[in-house]
Design a protein around this ligand. Structure first.
Ligand SMILES: [Zn+2]
Ligand SMILES: [Zn+2]
Length: 347
């Protein structure tokens, strides 16, 4: 079934990309070979490609959001079978450190992110334990390719300890914000969305936002106050890496309000918040980063049972070899999700 060579999108150094044919990857005894069908471009990939992330070594094959079909399994692989439609979790965790044993594999102290193992390629290999089987035959692979970012969103919503009927504010409604919105709705929240891009607000309405507000036109703090009868937002997520935005959202919280700083802030910046707001308001200010296997599992469930519509977030469907163009689109914040169709024969 497989060939001798495969295509990869090779980044020799930051901002340099080429299509290369390399020898077919060989799997280890506990690994699974997956043919990539779809691979999403994440803003993190763009940052890494631009050389802005010091932890990312080059040369490199980027890409960590994908879905595909199992082609081959190593001799010690027990559960996963060739032909299964799957979502790989590209973060390989040690499984034995304190973080891994505390349900925080996302904070693993010995993680492995393979330099030449990214998903912007025809094939990837991962250990069997990193493979999630798509159980619903109706679920399309391009929808399943969102499971990795959705897993991060699920973790971000879990940490807010939501209660049905609560008011949640989502500041910033790109593809990630639109997934936060759908998970918050699934938790039974009343959701207010703010974003300066009108088309994104329209999309948020379509996907169930109860209220949308454009900060360029309306005073968001007053808007939240009016809607909640002066109470404020029980929960809030800031999906944009901006210290100023976090400072604006904190005073919009209700007593006991929880705020999740979901995006990293680059370049590094300081927050200036009146501590009395947090003290008297009993606010909980938290963050969430990446995802753990249990979040991955829940995210796949949400896609399979259609509680979260991911396909509608795709604004650009490009060929694998058009990755450079895709990076530009993401960098210029055009549209929503840029998805690469690596093999259109796999559905
Ligand atoms: Zn990502
Ligand atoms: Zn670990």
């Amino acid at each position: 079934m497989t060939t001798d060579t495969m295509r990869v999108m090779w980044a020799e150094r930051p901002n340099e990309l080429e299509v290369r044919r390399v020898p077919m990857i060989q799997i280890e005894e506990d690994e699974v070979l997956i043919k990539v069908a779809y691979a999403g471009i994440c803003p993190w990939d763009v940052r890494a490609f631009s050389g802005l992330s010091s932890s990312v070594a080059f040369p490199r094959i980027l890409g960590h959001e994908m879905a595909g079909v199992v082609m081959e399994v190593g001799k010690n692989v027990k559960v996963i079978k060739p032909g299964q439609r799957v979502v790989p979790d590209m973060g390989i965790k040690c499984g034995v450190c304190k973080a891994c044993r505390s349900g925080r594999e996302n904070r693993c102290q010995n993680p492995v992110f393979r330099q030449y193992g990214g998903g912007f390629a025809d094939y990837v290999r991962v250990p069997e334990r990193n493979v999630h089987i798509i159980k619903n035959k109706e679920t399309k692979l391009q929808a399943a390719a969102f499971v990795e970012p959705l897993a991060c969103v699920v973790r971000g919503q879990d940490i807010l300890h939501l209660y049905p009927g609560e008011f949640e504010l989502i500041a910033g409604i790109g593809p990630i914000g639109l997934m936060h919105l759908q998970v918050a709705k699934a938790f039974g929240c009343q959701v207010i969305v703010s974003d300066p891009v009108p088309e994104r607000l329209v999309k948020a309405k379509e996907l169930g936002a109860d209220w949308v507000v454009n900060p360029n036109e309306t005073d968001v703090a007053q808007f939240v106050k009016d809607i909640t009868g002066g109470w404020g937002a029980d929960a809030a997520v800031v999906t944009v890496g901006s210290a100023r935005l976090i400072e604006q959202v904190v005073p919009m919280l209700a007593p006991g309000g929880r705020l999740n700083i979901f995006a990293g802030v680059y370049p590094k910046d300081a927050l200036q918040i009146d501590p009395n707001l947090i003290h008297y308001g009993e606010f909980v200010i938290t963050g969430s980063a990446d995802s753990a296997p249990q979040n991955f599992n829940k995210a796949l469930d949400l896609v399979e049972n259609r509680m979260v519509n991911t396909e509608t977030l795709i604004s650009h469907l490009l060929d694998l070899e058009e990755l450079g163009k895709g990076f530009e689109i993401v960098k210029n914040r055009q549209g929503l999700k840029v998805m690469l169709e690596v093999d259109s024969n796999l559905k």
